[in-house]
Ligand binder design. Structure first.
Ligand SMILES: [Zn+2]
Length: 477
């Protein structure tokens, strides 16, 4: 019997990896094996350690990867998979491939920096500490990518084919509709990847991709994300609050530090800042996007104009490219990044990683957290166990570069910028299904989020919903 095995993002929000095994083919030899996503585990150590474990089936026996989108928790283990012997194609949309060509080498670079840091400080139990993969290995893995347009069917083997449909989560993001032939019958498996917000209203401003996931879906087996399974996004416009927080920080001579993913979130946020400045709601203070990736991501966004919502298209028509706005700087080199530390004037610094797990944001936090004039503003999900979650929860200190940094800066969070649908939005989308899936497995959620969403779906839809467990195998009947 063909099966799916959940190799990640089960019981947690990172490390997305779902293996489909057809278990046999017509000639009776070993089945075709496809990974849907190949993400990095992030956050608590017990999960991160799994980045170092082998896949339950050898990497060289996996035949293909279908990638839903370019976030690291979905694509960040690909270079390691290739390093371990995977030789098949990695299918993704052209926009996802463009973003991966920026995100993966950067991840390799960070892995190398991490290993170097541990070797210098002697803080690893391994000697020498090695990177999970290097920048060069990440670049190497890009050669395996094969572009696939949305809504085009790709045959993987006689039993398996797939098609991408819009997920509206980030640029290039898609769900994977997989068709599996078993015992002469066709079964449709739908892997949602991450699902974007269904409504692109005033409460979710600045969205730069298609609004809402593909409606009218159907599936025999649905594998769905549940990141926001136990929380609802506020239904207020975040912009007045954002403007107030920035004005207050400027008045006390402080700087606003925003940890944000360099991809999507940063682009969305700078357009909102620009609009607030142009309408006079915040002063024209310098804005620095401190990420070598952010500028490349902006260029990729400008290239893929087919993905804009009408409102995003209008903003771009009105203001042009963020790379050309006066007062907005994109720091590329480490040198430029360090210079920002010298500046004491009120400014906005946007830097990654979004959950403060690594990257240049750490320097900015280490420098700005001890000063009560500053503001640290979260505009994205903070996975438990990350530094971002520690700071957001109101801790009095946080460990950065092996040192405890006191947290005296103001800490605030705006939840409206999320790129994930919340339970009412998910239900709204699920109601558009043309038929009820035989079974739904919830993945990509903390245990509480997944189980609350399961209960809600059972109650509201009457569906057969289960929470996927790490390493669990489920048969496709
Ligand atoms: Zn994502």
């Amino acid at each position: 019997m063909p099966y799916i095995q959940f190799l990640g993002a089960a019981g947690t929000v990172t490390g997305s990896k779902h293996l489909i095994n057809t278990t046999y083919d017509a000639s009776g030899k070993q089945g075709f094996q496809v990974l849907i996503d190949c993400g990095l585990f992030q956050g608590p150590k017990e999960w991160r350690e799994r980045n170092w474990q082998d896949t339950p089936v050898p990497a060289r026996e996996i035949d293909a990867v279908v990638l839903t989108h370019a976030h690291l928790d979905h694509c960040g283990w690909l270079p390691r998979l290739v390093k371990e012997g995977f030789r098949g194609p990695i299918y993704a949309t052209p926009a996802t491939i463009d973003l991966c060509s920026v995100v993966l080498p950067d991840s390799g670079h960070l892995q190398e920096e991490d290993a170097e840091f541990h070797n210098k400080k002697g803080t690893s139990k391994h000697s020498p500490a090695l990177p999970l993969y290097t920048l060069e290995e990440a670049q190497d893995c890009l050669k395996s990518f094969k572009p696939v347009e949305v809504e085009t069917t790709t045959q993987l083997c006689p039993e398996l084919s797939f098609r991408f449909v819009r997920a509206a989560h980030i640029l290039g993001s898609c769900m994977a509709e997989v068709e599996l032939k078993t015992n002469g019958q066709a079964r449709r498996l739908l892997f949602t990847g991450d699902i974007g917000r269904v409504r692109d209203s005033q409460v979710a401003p600045g969205k730069v991709v298609h609004s809402g996931p593909q409606e009218g879906e159907s599936a025999d087996l649905l594998v769905m994300e549940s990141t926001y399974g136990n929380r609802q996004h506020p239904d207020t416009d975040p912009r007045p609050e954002l403007a107030r927080l920035i004005r207050q920080t400027v008045e006390r001579g402080g700087t606003v530090v925003v940890p944000a993913f360099a991809v999507e979130r940063t682009q969305k946020f700078v357009f909102i800042l620009k609009a607030l400045m142009e309408s006079g709601q915040i002063p024209r203070i310098p804005v620095t996007c401190d990420s070598p990736m952010a500028i490349k991501a902006v260029e990729i966004y400008m290239k893929h104009s087919e993905e804009y919502t009408p409102r995003a298209a209008e903003l771009i028509r009105k203001y042009g490219s963020p790379t050309e706005w006066p007062g907005f700087t994109f720091a590329l080199t480490a040198e430029q990044s360090k210079k920002i530390n010298d500046s004491q004037f009120p400014s906005v610094i946007i830097s990654s990683s979004g959950m403060a797990t690594g990257g240049r944001i750490l320097h900015h936090l280490a420098q700005r957290l001890p000063d009560p004039r500053n503001l640290v503003l979260f505009i994205g999900f903070q996975a438990p166990g990350t530094r971002g979650a520690t700071i957001k929860e109101g801790a009095s200190e946080v460990k950065i570069f092996g040192e405890f940094i006191p947290i005296r800066a103001q800490v605030a969070a705006l939840e409206q910028f999320s790129d994930h649908a919340d339970p009412p939005e998910l239900l709204e989308w699920l109601h558009t299904f043309t038929s009820q899936p035989g079974v739904t497995y919830l993945v990509h959620g903390e245990p509480q989020a997944s189980s609350q969403l399961r209960d809600l779906m059972k109650k509201e839809l009457g569906w057969n919903v289960q929470v996927a467990a790490y390493m669990e195998k489920v048969e496709v009947k």
